[in-house]
Design a binder for this molecule. Structure first.
Ligand code: HAM
Length: 429
C-alpha cells in the first residue's frame, strides 16, 4: 500500500476545491492576517526550535498536565534518546529564548509573536490533531492589566478581521498561587470522601492538582462535580487578583470587546495565574477552543530566571480556525494567480517569453509556458492559472517588439510595447 501521512496530521493543499479545512491558501491567509495585526501592535517575530529539552516542557507546562503525562513526542536520533521532545506549545520555548538571549535589552514590555507546528500525542478526533499549527503571542515584562486586555483584544481583532462571527470569549481568573492553594484545599476536602468513585485520572489529580478534576472528560466525574455544587475559583480570589481581574474587564468594556465570565475556567497548562481565557465557537464543539491564553508571571523563575519576568499571552490553533471558517462559510483569498501569462507560438521565442515574464515580475505576478503553444491552448492554460491578461509571442510580436494582451475576463485586447509592459501591468493588473 502507498505510504500515507501519520495519524493525527493533515496536508494543507494548494487549489483544492471543497472545504477550507485543508486549503493551504486559507492557512496562509490566517497567518497573514495575524502577522499584520500583531506587527501593527508592535509585536516582533521570533522563531524557536521545533524540539526542546524535555525538562523545559516538564518544568514549563507542568508535571500534572495531560500534555506532559500522556502526550509528549520524544525525539530519538541514531537510536538514542537525547532528552529532547517535540514542542507541544510555544510559551515555554519563547520564554526560554527570551531569558537565554537576554531579550530584556530590547525593552520592556516586549511583545513577541511566532507561529508553527506543535505536537501532542492526543486521541485524534475532529479538531484534535497530533501535529497542529498555532499562532502565538507573548507580552513579557509587564503586570499591568492593560497588557492582559490588549492581548485579549488582539486575539479578538484577528478572528473578527478573518470574518468569523460566532466567536465568544470566556474570561476568568485563576488567582494568585496562594488563592489557588486555598481553592485546591477546598476541593480536596470536597472530593476526598468521594475518592473511590472518581475516575483513575481524577484520583491522581486529587493529590497533584485537584482543579484539574473540574476539567475531567469522565461522565461519572462530571456527575459528582454537579452533585457537590462546587464553588468556582472566582470565589477564592484574593484582593489583588480581584482588582486585577476587574481592571482587565474594565478595559475590554471600554474598547467594546465582548466577553462572558467563566467563573471556573481551567486551562490545560500549569503556568497560569490570574487572567485566563478561551475563545469558543459552536462549529468546533463545546469541548474544544479556538484559542486560549493567560498570565504566567511565575514561568520565567520556574525555568531558572533569577528575577521574575511577568508575562501574558495566547495561542490559537490554525486548524480549529479553519473548521470555524468552514462552518460559517467565511470566504478567503485563493492562492496566487498571475496578472500575466505568456506563451511562445514557436520554440525560438520561448527565451523572449521567459525574459518578458521575468521583467514583469518586478511589478506583478507573471508566468509563462516552458513549451511552445498554439493560441487556443495558451489562453486555456492562462485561464486555468487564473491569469488576468494573456498573450502569445510569435514572429510578428518579436519584430514589432509589442504584445497583444487579451483580458481573459472581458476579452478586451490591448497592444502594449515590450518596454511599456511593466507600466501597463502596474496600472492594470
Ligand atoms: P492551549 O490552550 O494548550 O494553549 O492551546 C492553544 C490552542 O491551540 C487551542 O485553543 C487550540 O486551538 C490549539 N490546539 C491545542 N491542542 C490542539 C490539538 N491537539 N489539535 C488541534 N489544535 C490544538 C497553549 O498552547 C498556550 N501556550 C497558549 C498561551 C500562550 N498561553 C500564554 N501564552
Amino acid at each position: 500500500m502507498a505510504i500515507q501521512r501519520p495519524k493525527g496530521t493533515k496536508d494543507h493543499l494548494p487549489g483544492t476545491p471543497g472545504t477550507p479545512e485543508i486549503q493551504a491558501a486559507a492557512h496562509a491567509h490566517i497567518q497573514h492576517v495575524a502577522a499584520q495585526l500583531l506587527e501593527r501592535a508592535g509585536a516582533q517575530f521570533i522563531a524557536t526550535p521545533i524540539f526542546e529539552e524535555a525538562e523545559l516542557v516538564q518544568r514549563g507546562v507542568g508535571g500534572s498536565t495531560d500534555i506532559v503525562r500522556k502526550e509528549m513526542f520524544t525525539v530519538y536520533y541514531a537510536g538514542d534518546h537525547g532528552g529532547y521532545v517535540l514542542r507541544p506549545e510555544g510559551t515555554a520555548p519563547v520564554v526560554r529564548a527570551y531569558l537565554e538571549n537576554g531579550l530584556k535589552q530590547l525593552g520592556s514590555p516586549l511583545k513577541l509573536w511566532t507561529h508553527g507546528p506543535m505536537f501532542r500525542a492526543e486521541n485524534v478526533q475532529k479538531g484534535r490533531l497530533r501535529q497542529f499549527h498555532q499562532v502565538d503571542y507573548e507580552c513579557l515584562g509587564s503586570t499591568d492589566p492593560l497588557a492582559d486586555a490588549e492581548a485579549i483584544a488582539l486575539m479578538w481583532d484577528i478572528v473578527t478581521t478573518l470574518g468569523l462571527k460566532g466567536v465568544s470569549i470566556q474570561l476568568g481568573s485563576i488567582g494568585d498561587p496562594e488563592d489557588r492553594a486555598a481553592y485546591n484545599d477546598y476541593l480536596r476536602g470536597l472530593f476526598t470522601p468521594r475518592l473511590a468513585e472518581l475516575s483513575e485520572d481524577s484520583k491522581d489529580r486529587l493529590s497533584r492538582n485537584p482543579m484539574r478534576i473540574l476539567d475531567s472528560k469522565s461522565e461519572t466525574d462530571q456527575a459528582i462535580i454537579a452533585e457537590l455544587n462546587v464553588k468556582p475559583m472566582l470565589d477564592f480570589l484574593g484582593a489583588e487578583a480581584r482588582d486585577h481581574f476587574g481592571a482587565v474587564q474594565g478595559h475590554l468594556q471600554a474598547w467594546g470587546v465582548p466577553f462572558e465570565i467563566d467563573p471556573s475556567i481551567v486551562r490545560g497548562l500549569d503556568y497560569y495565574r490570574r487572567t485566563a481565557w478561551e475563545l469558543h465557537h459552536a462549529g468546533i464543539g463545546a469541548k474544544s477552543a479556538l484559542g486560549g491564553g493567560g498570565r504566567y508571571d511565575g514561568l520565567a523563575q520556574e525555568l531558572g530566571a533569577k528575577e521574575e519576568v511577568p508575562g501574558i499571552g495566547w495561542a490559537f490553533g490554525i486548524e480549529r480556525i479553519l473548521l470555524a471558517m468552514a462552518d460559517e462559510g467565511v470566504p478567503f483569498p485563493q492562492g496566487p494567480s498571475p496578472a500575466l501569462y505568456l506563451a511562445a507560438l514557436d520554440g525560438d521565442y520561448i527565451p523572449l517569453a521567459a525574459a518578458l515574464t521575468r521583467q514583469a515580475r518586478a511589478v506583478a505576478g507573471a508566468d509563462f509556458s516552458y513549451r511552445k503553444r498554439g493560441a487556443g491552448q495558451a489562453f486555456k492554460e492562462a485561464d486555468k492559472k487564473g491569469a488576468t491578461w494573456a498573450a502569445v509571442i510569435g514572429s510578428n510580436e518579436a519584430a514589432q517588439r509589442q504584445l497583444t494582451l487579451k483580458h481573459l475576463g472581458s476579452g478586451e485586447q490591448v497592444a502594449v510595447p515590450f518596454d511599456e509592459l511593466n507600466t501597463f501591468l502596474k496600472e492594470n493588473a
